[in-house]
Design a protein around this ligand. Structure first.
Ligand SMILES: [Fe+2]
Length: 239
């Protein structure tokens, strides 16, 4: 299974604060049987540039790699990406493709938490329709209280939706998550893990809930679909 959303690279955002924390988080993924981990530090266009972000991300990853080499720990399947916060004009932003999950055209996009407007939704549609990139809307469960009409419009966009593990772990919330997963609204799952404390690596426990309700076969098929999408949106196929 792929953890599509996490903040475990050391010292780059409000996620892991040290190499030791990052290493402990990686141990959790291993224990939970998660084979592919996407590192998606926050990217905010108003106080970062893609160049600076990518250079800081590389440095953080290199620190981690050195530590793993030192301890002779095999490096797991880590894919570098970003969680890009939506902003007005994002569809015309030059550096967008560099912020996609490496080797793909998949862009983890964080929508604003303030009340949406139809212009915002239109702009996400424009990204999908004109840039050649495919948005994956992060933690969709956090937006379920957006105005109903706008949420419906958003869910109808031809993009992918990711939900956090906690959607399946919080009481009274889980049933809705399972329904959205079963209907195919949610394609990607993520822990959105930030640390070893209150925002932990928790995709494993969520998969147990999903498995109990929808069965192991559902999970295997979902996993296959995720890897197929990664393959479908690979950037190095034809060019
Ligand atoms: Fe996040």
């Amino acid at each position: 299974m792929i953890d599509f959303h996490s903040h475990f690279l050391p010292g780059i955002d409000d996620g892991s604060d040290s190499v030791a924390t990052s290493m402990a988080m990686l141990d959790c993924w291993k224990a939970q049987g998660i084979s592919t981990i996407c590192a998606t530090p926050h990217f905010y266009a108003d106080h970062n540039t893609p160049e600076r972000f990518l250079s800081r991300r590389d440095t953080a990853f290199e620190m981690l790699r050195e530590e793993m080499a030192l301890k002779e720990i095999p490096i797991p399947d880590i894919r570098l990406g970003a969680e890009v916060r939506f902003f007005d004009g994002i569809s015309r932003f030059d550096g967008l493709s560099e912020l996609c999950l490496e080797g793909t055209d998949l862009l983890l996009l964080e929508m604003p938490f303030r009340t949406w407007t139809s212009r915002m939704i239109d702009e996400v549609g424009v990204i999908a329709a004109t840039t050649g990139l495919m948005p994956v809307a992060a933690h969709i469960e956090r937006y379920l209280d957006q105005p109903r009409g706008l949420l419906k419009e958003f869910l109808k966009l031809n993009i992918f939706f990711q939900s956090n593990a906690e959607f399946f772990l919080e009481q009274g919330f889980s049933r809705k998550g399972l329904k959205m997963l079963k209907k195919g609204v949610i394609t990607f799952l993520g822990s959105d893990a930030h640390n070893m404390g209150h925002r932990p690596v928790n995709l494993g426990p969520a998969l147990e809930v999903i498995s109990r309700s929808l069965g192991d076969r559902f999970i295997t098929e979902l996993e296959q679909r995720q890897y197929d999408i990664l393959d479908q949106f690979r950037t190095d196929d034809f060019f």
